[in-house]
Ligand binder design. Structure first.
Ligand SMILES: N[C@@H](CCC(=O)N[C@@H](CS)C(=O)NCC(=O)O)C(=O)O
Length: 360
């Protein structure tokens, strides 16, 4: 808040709630405890005296136990239009001078338009770190006030028949996260707006966009409570990473690109599947499936005793494989794979994400 701190950021959100409720969420301890911290953290202490000149102070705790303390003083309280307060970290890399948060609320399309200006940063790096930092809390604020819950801030872009899209949907379902499903095909304007490679899927959480399915699953697992999709042990994590990487590097190519897609998108004479290409893929398939089968020998899950990200990649592809003309024959010699697919079929997340449309 001086000439030496000229950097600032502005963030906006349309929140489907009356202005009074949005305003109150900035000055109520109960509401702030729910939303005023990144998705992966929780507020452990909060005190406030919501009067001009009154102080506020908050302690946040990350999953590994690290504490962050921040506080400030209310400058302006004009319900339901505007609230302004200073923001100052007490310790850690962000500690330093006070910055200023100014929130302005207006009516728009039957909802509330929130504009937040956070100014007084001494460096662009500090401003950018706070910009990233605000995204989660503003998402939580939207989730808290909007009747659609997290579906108001989380959107998945993809198509139901796409196996990578299903992997992300399985992750969302396993963790119990509501979301908006924006159905769009690959390489069109909708997906290109959030993934420059044009591949499915991509996910947005407020202003933040992420693509590459493993990055999406990790982001969800890091950001939300609910069952962990990454194992807790070092060995479990290594196996989960190994299988996810092997899936992306070899298994998807062998089973989907070179085989399943040739039935779904026929490229042979007279619009028929290319038999020679399918036979070539089939010649290689038993070796790939035998490796996967060995991976499932000890458990119905690839990376330990419970489901992990690796299974979320493999199972949508295996479910398609089982339906292909040669699928039952291929799987007849992979008993562990068959057992694992059966275990996956029992999960509500799997039935909730069954492919629809032409490939159902
Ligand atoms: N490495 C990407 C792969 C995504 C991918 O290939 N998705 C398929 C749909 S299942 C796609 O968009 N295909 C269009 C194409 O290959 O051009 C990820 O992990 O998300």
């Amino acid at each position: 808040m001086s000439d030496n701190a000229p950097f600032e950021l502005t963030m906006t959100r349309l929140i489907r709630a009356p202005r009074e409720r949005v305003y109150d969420a900035f000055v109520s301890a109960d509401a702030l405890r729910v939303w005023q911290c990144p998705r992966s953290m929780r507020v452990t202490e909060l005190s406030l005296d919501a009067r001009p000149g009154g102080a506020w102070r908050m302690t946040m705790q990350s999953r590994d136990g690290t504490l962050s303390k921040v506080g400030g003083v209310y400058r302006e309280l004009r319900r339901p239009d505007r609230v302004a307060y200073t923001w100052q970290w007490e310790e850690g890399p962000m500690a330093g001078g006070a910055t200023l948060v100014e929130v302005t609320l207006s009516d728009r399309d039957g909802a509330t338009w929130l504009e937040m200006r956070h100014s007084g940063f001494a460096s662009a790096a500090a401003r950018d770190a706070h910009m990233r930092g605000w995204n989660g809390p503003l998402g939580k604020l939207t989730d808290l006030l909007d009747p659609r819950g997290t579906a108001a801030s989380i959107t998945l872009y993809g198509l139901p028949p796409s196996t990578y899209t299903r992997t992300a949907r399985l992750a969302l379902a396993e963790k119990g996260i509501a979301y908006t499903f924006h159905e769009c095909g690959p390489h069109g304007p909708d997906i290109l707006a959030v993934n420059p490679f044009g591949r499915l899927p991509a996910l947005t959480d407020g202003d933040f966009a992420v693509y590459e399915t493993s990055a999406i699953v990790r982001y969800l697992d890091d950001s939300f409570d609910g069952p962990a999709l990454l194992p807790a042990t070092i060995v479990g994590r290594a196996l989960c990473e190994q299988w996810t990487s092997a899936f992306n590097a070899y298994i998807y190519d062998a089973v989907v690109r070179r085989y399943i897609r040739r039935y779904f998108f026929p490229s042979g004479p007279d619009g028929q599947p290319d038999r020679a290409a399918i036979d070539a893929a089939l010649a290689e398939m038993p070796a790939t499936l035998a490796i996967l089968d060995a991976g499932y020998a000890k458990s119905a899950w690839l990376a330990g005793e419970s489901i992990s990200m690796a299974d979320l990649f493999v199972m949508p592809v295996l479910a398609y494989l089982a339906r292909m003309p040669e699928g039952p024959q291929l799987l007849s010699v992979t008993p562990h794979l068959r057992r694992a697919l059966e275990a996956m079929r029992q999960r509500p997340s799997f039935s909730a994400t069954e492919p629809t449309g032409r490939f159902a």
